[in-house]
Design a protein around this ligand. Structure first.
Ligand code: IPE
Ligand code: IPE
Ligand code: MG
Length: 244
């Protein structure tokens, strides 16, 4: 089982258009798939689930679509947070939240505070998120630490850098899923992707469910992750573990 799974939830617009409906109909339908993926992660002991809900580039979409997406985000927060809390799920919104309305920022803060001590699953919602922003933001925070004397340049390494990204304190990213048929990262978790396994599927996001999630996890479980070693080294290592 992967410890940390991230999903680029793509294909809402095409799903709606295939049905002769407006793109925003697909965004609304996508909420059920979000619920299913959280249920699956919680049920199967995945420790962290990071969902790409809105990229820093998505502001460039038509104004009415952006405003429907913001409204939907607000609505989902209102409706789902108490259920997440009951299920011992910690909610975090990652991304540059400064761009959101004060009302939405307030709601995000409340949800994060309410669920901060939960520990069954960390659910990261990436909103106004960009992978490059994440790296630059971490660099800025580290510069502040250094200039204020809390950190020396020698203390900057991969582990300490990670602590300043938007995903500290959770397992390394194991599996990145993208629905909707495109094979690209679209500025999602660039730093965190270093050794992630990628899984691309044709399923459009509103059709994603526990069965499709299970297919991705089964595919992942059959891969040999080598982290730079040879296949033989990995096999010997796992045999060693079995004999021990
Ligand atoms: C993903 O679906 C949701 C967001 C980016 C907010 P899209 O809206 O990108 O759907 P397609 O890719 O146009 O079908
Ligand atoms: C990536 O999807 C962002 C989200 C799923 C939120 P996009 O639809 O924005 O990505 P591109 O534009 O096809 O690369
Ligand atoms: Mg898309």
């Amino acid at each position: 089982m992967p410890q940390h799974v991230a999903i680029i939830m793509d294909g809402n617009g095409r799903w709606a258009q295939q049905k002769g409906k407006h793109r925003t109909f697909g965004h609304k339908a996508g909420v059920d798939a979000v619920r299913d993926s959280v249920t699956f992660a919680r049920k199967h002991g995945i420790k962290a689930l990071t969902l790409f809900a809105f990229s820093s580039e998505n502001w460039k979409r038509p104004e009415d679509e952006v405003s429907i997406l913001m409204g939907l985000f607000d609505l989902v927060l209102s409706r789902e947070v108490s259920k997440l809390n009951k299920n011992n799920i910690k909610l975090k919104v990652i991304g540059d939240v400064d761009a959101f309305s004060d009302k939405l920022k307030e709601k995000i803060k409340k949800a994060e505070v309410l669920t901060q001590n939960n520990n069954a699953l960390t659910l990261n919602i990436a909103a106004n998120y960009g992978g490059r922003w994440d790296v630059v933001n971490a660099a800025k925070k580290i510069c502040n630490e250094v200039t204020s004397g809390n950190m020396s340049i020698e203390e900057i390494d991969e582990a300490s850098f990670s602590d300043y990204t938007s995903t500290p304190d959770i397992p390394e990213l194991d599996l990145l899923i993208r629905t909707g048929g495109d094979h690209r990262v679209s500025n999602f978790l660039l730093w965190q992707c270093a050794y992630a396994e990628f899984y691309f599927c044709e399923t459009l996001w509103p059709d994603f469910n526990e069965t499709v999630f299970a297919e991705a996890v089964i595919d992942y479980a059959q891969r040999q992750r080598r982290f730079g070693l040879t296949g033989d080294q990995i096999t010997a290592d796992s045999l060693g573990e079995h004999n021990a």
